[in-house]
Design a protein around this ligand. Structure first.
Ligand code: GAR
Length: 220
């Protein structure tokens, strides 16, 4: 059977892109990457794509006078690859409502917080500042409002005493690399669909138990 085709949009390091590349390397995985687009030239993510033999494109937003003309060009490049799904993976440009509406339930994003908490930038600093006991990451369908949209998969991690933003980011990132391939698999297999702006996952296995932080044993 033909595999589900992905276009992955990046702006930098591309470690989430790499998690998708690694997942797609398994012939049993139901998706493949048709195109990687970066809005920044010479980023590590582009190297990762080239190394994996994936076609790449660079579209610098700086070469356009306004967001709409940048997005028209971006849309055209993506459409040439005929993807089933567009994956934002550390793509650090806000997309306008006009662009988002061209990809209804076919555009997903990864965000390094447990949405709807901590939308926007500097999530880990803000989690620490708030004294939250958990941080995490979310894969969601994109809606016009920033970091908004039906949630597909989330992972929660504990905040440790002594964490700084870097140590917390690393703990969250390790989970990002698990949930992006999982979310794509659920969509590619037709098991995740949007109903009334919520995602229904068919045959989902609930995770066991609950996380408590600090663990009760440590406080007794
Ligand atoms: C990831 O942590 C991702 O969650 C975040 O940028 C990083 C990209 O890393 N995305 C956002 O903050 C989107 N608002 P990567 O380039 O190594 O995948």
């Amino acid at each position: 059977m033909a595999r589900f085709k992905l276009a992955v949009l990046i702006s930098g390091r591309g470690s989430n892109l790499q998690s998708l590349i690694d997942a797609c390397a398994d012939p049993a995985y139901p998706a493949e990457i048709a195109l990687v687009v970066s809005n920044i030239p010479d980023v590590l993510g582009l190297e990762r794509a080239k190394k994996a033999g994936i076609p790449t494109a660079v579209l610098s937003h700086k070469n356009f006078n306004d967001r709409e003309s940048f997005e028209d060009a971006l849309d055209a490049i993506i459409r040439e690859a005929e993807p089933d799904l567009v994956c934002l993976a550390g793509f650090m440009r806000i997309l306008t409502e006009g662009f988002v509406r061209r990809w209804p339930d076919r555009l997903i994003n990864i965000h390094p917080s447990l949405l709807p908490a901590f939308r926007g930038l500097h999530t880990h600093e803000r989690v620490l500042e708030a004294g939250a006991r958990f941080a995490g990451c979310t894969i969601h369908f994109v809606r016009p409002a920033m970091d908004d949209g039906p949630i597909i998969v989330q992972a929660a991690v504990p905040v440790h005493a002594g964490d700084d933003a870097d140590s917390l980011a690393a703990r969250v990132l390790a989970e990002e690399h698990k949930i992006y391939p999982l979310a794509v698999r659920l969509i590619a297999e037709g098991r995740a669909r949007v109903e009334n702006e919520r995602v229904i996952v068919d045959a989902a296995t609930p995770p066991p138990g609950a996380l408590i932080n600090p663990a009760p044993g440590e406080t007794a």
